[in-house]
Design a protein around this ligand. Structure first.
Ligand SMILES: [Zn+2]
Length: 354
């Protein structure tokens, strides 16, 4: 038993030695062959191949919850800077978001208001999901309410703040529901939800766009140099019962690929409020982002701006009639479903192409 074992061991040892020698020889031959190939052809290094990110199941958007969140904001009163309702909505946003992610960033800043000498106290709220992902999309909406209903048919109401059900609260409602779903199912790409302040403060006849888009302007001024989302999606007035979302001119100029990505996905989902028959042209929160080099897609119900729609129920932009009665769960549900499909399915698959 002993000897046989010794013999067997020696035999096995010899075989291993032989295999090792052959393996080493093949390594040497392999190395020298590789060397020869390189020197013969001098190939330039190939561009790195960016693999697609695996898609994930798309969570189901709860439009009832998004609609309820829209109504909660309106019930608390217009969220005009320097008012109690404004302060309350900031706390409410933080409380909602911090239960979904520990990465909630608050930016406070000041800006001169009207009349001269007044100081606005403003706050941006940014919630990040999958923070280590380098391929990121930034989703933006404003939560502030316009302090003056200067498009109201009754000129006596021009100094009153608007309820901002659609022009503010609708986008917030959609994005809060995204946050809840991303808490339960981490998105395959990085997503930053940016609730921005001071979007709708300005008076165009006094100083053009100087006091609009204040939150986004502050964001791009102070963002870390390394922060470079692939593109941004802006939500503005995304809840009207008869909403009509068309590609927007400045968005197309900044990144047609991304506009197509959004509208093609809407088409594949057969969303009835999205069409690409014509373009709108809107000055909105996306302009400072585009200037900062971030291609941006504005999803906005452009016909509402300037009361261009022929529908009498769609003439409430910047009036005291911007109320929940004009909004529907169904429209907000379409926007939510579109964003979720982009985040979990479409964008991950298209990462190499974008
Ligand atoms: Zn507005």
């Amino acid at each position: 038993m002993k000897d046989e074992n010794m013999t067997e061991k020696r035999k096995t040892g010899w075989i291993f030695q032989l295999i090792s020698i052959i393996f080493c020889l093949s390594l040497i031959i392999g190395c020298s062959k590789k060397k020869d190939e390189t020197s013969e052809e001098e190939k330039p290094a190939a561009a790195p191949v960016i693999p697609a990110i695996p898609a994930q199941p798309v969570p189901s958007f709860n439009a009832d919850q998004a609609f309820a969140d829209m109504k909660t904001q309106v019930a608390d009163g217009p969220r005009v800077p320097n008012t109690a309702a404004h302060e309350k909505v900031v706390h409410w946003l933080y409380d909602q978001l911090i239960t979904c992610t520990q990465n909630v960033n608050i930016q406070t800043f000041r800006f001169p208001g009207y009349p001269n000498g007044d100081t606005l106290h403003l706050t941006n709220v940014i919630a990040s999901f999958n923070p280590s992902a380098t391929w990121r999309v930034l989703i933006v909406t404003h939560f502030d309410s316009r302090p003056w209903a200067d498009e109201d048919p009754d000129s006596l109401k021009h100094d009153k703040p608007i309820p901002a059900a659609n022009d503010g609260a609708s986008g917030v409602g959609v994005m809060l529901e995204l946050a809840r779903l991303m808490k339960d199912s981490m998105p395959p790409i990085g997503v930053d939800l940016f609730f921005d302040d001071g979007e709708d403060y300005g008076k165009f006849d006094i100083d053009k766009l100087d006091r609009y888009f204040l939150g986004v302007k502050h964001f791009v001024r102070t963002k870390p140099a390394g922060y470079a989302p692939r593109f941004a999606i802006l939500l503005d007035m995304v809840g009207d019962t008869n909403a009509d979302f068309e590609p927007e001119y400045n968005s197309v100029q900044s990144g047609l690929t991304y506009v197509n990505e959004v509208w093609n996905t809407a088409k594949s989902l057969k969303l009835k409020h999205f069409n690409n028959l014509r373009q709108t042209n809107i000055e909105d929160d996306h302009l400072p982002l585009i200037e900062a080099g971030i291609p941006s897609v504005d999803i906005i119900d452009g016909d509402l701006v300037g009361h261009q729609s022929s529908d009498p129920n769609r003439k409430y932009w910047h009036t005291l009639d911007d109320l929940p009665k004009h909004l529907s769960r169904e429209t907000m549900g379409e926007v939510g479903k579109l964003l979720l499909t982009l985040i979990y399915q479409q964008l991950p698959q298209d990462v190499p192409k974008l």
